[in-house]
Ligand binder design. Structure first.
Ligand code: GTP
Length: 246
């Protein structure tokens, strides 16, 4: 079983991308399962095979414990941990060879709390991968690119899994923006020359970039479907070195 986790900041398009990629894979004749791990999702653009909301709902937690919106999501995500074993069993029963796993909307609640790392560990089988979903509109600015790379690095440190960077909503980027983002990742000096930062912070960023912290993104659009084939190809590479995952 191959599990692929979609992590990213709120609104970056994780759910839409999971919907688009799973549909694309089905159209190609691949057997794929979809898991929703977001107990606070109000609407999902796909029909999940396994939905955590059947067991834990942030809305119910909010009412039952009289919590505010953020506290109820935190409590609900922590409760999801107690369901991890059953989710894993359900995944085995459904029996898909590859699962796309949609994670809670606000990345920090999942990535920077103990429960998120535990869930990723628990639901990972023989092969697993994290797809860090970045928002194209945000990453096209110099500061946006630098901070996205640092956040994606934090996610790598947190989950200790192989990770790829998908820039979603590429339909909103101009050709020039795509060239800029590609240049910054391939040659970080082009970014470091232009970024407005005190010298100490710039040197820290330079060290991160020189250590390979600026990874090359895959441009995708969950809306138009552009780049989904490239994203799937990367998934395959991480699974078998290129052969289909099933
Ligand atoms: P939360 O879980 O609610 O934080 O969000 P998410 O990361 O799952 O994002 P979601 O899929 O809900 O998408 C957020 C918004 O971005 C929605 O309005 C989507 O229609 C829009 N969106 C998602 N993907 C794309 C894309 O490729 N292009 C464009 N233009 N819009 C997109």
């Amino acid at each position: 079983m191959y599990t692929v986790f979609f992590i990213g900041t709120a609104g970056s398009g994780k759910s839409t991308l999971v919907a688009a990629l799973s549909t694309w894979m089905e159209e190609q004749g691949f057997d794929v399962g979809v898991v929703n791990l977001d107990p606070a999702a109000e609407y999902l653009p796909y029909v999940p095979d396994i939905d955590i909301r059947d067991r834990v709902s942030a809305r119910k937690v909010m009412k039952q414990y009289k919590l505010g919106p953020n506290a109820s999501i935190i409590a609900a995500v922590d409760m999801v941990v107690t369901e991890a074993e059953r989710i894993k069993e359900e995944m085995e029963v459904v029996g898909a060879p590859i699962y796309l796993i949609d994670t809670p909307g606000q990345m920090e609640l999942f990535a920077f709390r103990q429960s998120g790392a535990y869930l990723v560990q628990k639901l990972s089988d023989t092969h697993s991968l994290v797809v860090y979903v970045a928002d194209a509109v945000y990453i096209q600015t110099i500061d946006g690119f630098a901070t996205t790379m640092l956040l994606a690095l934090s996610s790598r440190i947190r989950f200790k899994k192989p990770q790829i960077l998908a820039v979603n909503k590429a339909d909103l980027l101009t050709e020039e923006a795509i060239v800029n983002i590609t240049n910054w990742s391939e040659d970080p000096e082009t970014l470091l020359e232009s970024i407005d930062l005190p010298s100490y912070e710039k040197e820290i960023l330079r060290s991160v970039a020189n250590m390979g912290g600026f990874v090359e993104p895959i441009f995708v659009s969950a809306k138009t479907g552009d780049g989904l084939d490239k994203l799937y190809y990367q998934l395959q590479i991480h699974y078998t070195g290129g052969e289909d995952a099933q």
